[in-house]
Design a protein around this ligand. Structure first.
Ligand SMILES: C[S@@+](CC[C@H](N)C(=O)[O-])C[C@H]1O[C@@H](n2cnc3c(N)ncnc32)[C@H](O)[C@@H]1O
Length: 239
């Protein structure tokens, strides 16, 4: 396979490509104070499922950024039929094209693990207003993985690192966030997904080969194989 896991997600147009899916996103956002005055940035928006949900549900002005051209195209398609206060742009999490202190909430759902983590966290903090909130959902190493396992996961997913809870904590502390809360979750993948809206939506690029579906099967295999060793954290930090 020459393409990366993120290329497969992009060509398949997978929305809600984070543990917990839209169901978890809705729960988390329900605990925040959001209204039409809250400025939101979503980093690594993928096909824009979460950003479109936020703008429709809360009326917040939102900026959705991703570095993948195909994801950006699909996110734009998602909102092409409705007029929404949403700006969708291509850019890098490690070099955000925004002024300091621009946003009340920065959201990043299964993205930081694919980036240069310390740079992306520092950037998220820089663009947050004082007392702004960073919400992240990130895969987390629960039990020590062998070096071989880590390399296998990095090779397939394209993670930069597979961090433990302590290591995530250290990263956010080092960036200078003053309140860091971590909530532990297990990665699940079963028949209940459909009912819980963990199931994703797809906007598949025409003419792609079966190789792409194979990548999804491989992801399901890894999820099952590493279910004891990998979980995820909902991370909420305040600047
Ligand atoms: C696992 S997907 C999650 C997408 C979306 N947040 C969701 O939950 O559906 C990771 C996303 O992060 C984006 N991404 C990865 N590295 C990035 C970077 N350095 N800067 C911006 N986006 C990045 C990918 O293109 C992809 O859309």
């Amino acid at each position: 396979m020459n393409n990366s896991y993120l290329d497969y997600l992009a060509y398949l147009g997978v929305g809600g490509a984070h543990p917990g899916g839209l169901h978890l996103t809705k729960n988390l956002l329900g605990k925040e104070k959001l209204d039409e005055t809250t400025s939101v940035l979503e980093i690594g928006c993928g096909t824009g499922q979460t950003s479109v949900f936020i703008v429709k549900q809360y009326g917040c002005p939102i900026t959705a950024l991703d570095n993948n051209e195909i994801m950006i195209m699909k996110a734009k398609q998602r909102c092409s039929d409705v007029q929404l206060p949403i700006v969708i742009m291509q850019g890098e999490a490690e070099k955000l094209p925004f002024e300091d202190n621009s946003f009340d909430l920065v959201l990043s759902e299964s993205v930081l693990s694919f980036t240069n983590i310390s740079s992306a966290i520092l950037e998220a903090k820089r663009v947050l207003k004082p007392n702004g909130v960073l919400l992240a959902i990130e895969v987390t190493q629960e039990k020590n993985l062998s070096e071989e396992d880590i390399q296998e996961l990095i090779a397939f997913y394209g993670f930069s690192q597979v961090l433990s809870e302590d290591e995530w904590n250290t990263m956010f502390q080092a960036a200078g966030f003053h309140t860091i809360q971590m909530e532990k979750h297990e990665i699940v993948m079963d028949d209940q997904d459909l009912e819980l809206e963990l199931a994703t939506d797809f906007t598949i690029t025409e003419g792609i080969s079966m190789e792409y579906m194979d990548a999804l099967s491989k992801h399901a295999e890894y999820t099952s194989h590493y279910r004891e060793q990998l979980g995820f954290r909902v991370i909420r930090c305040i600047k």
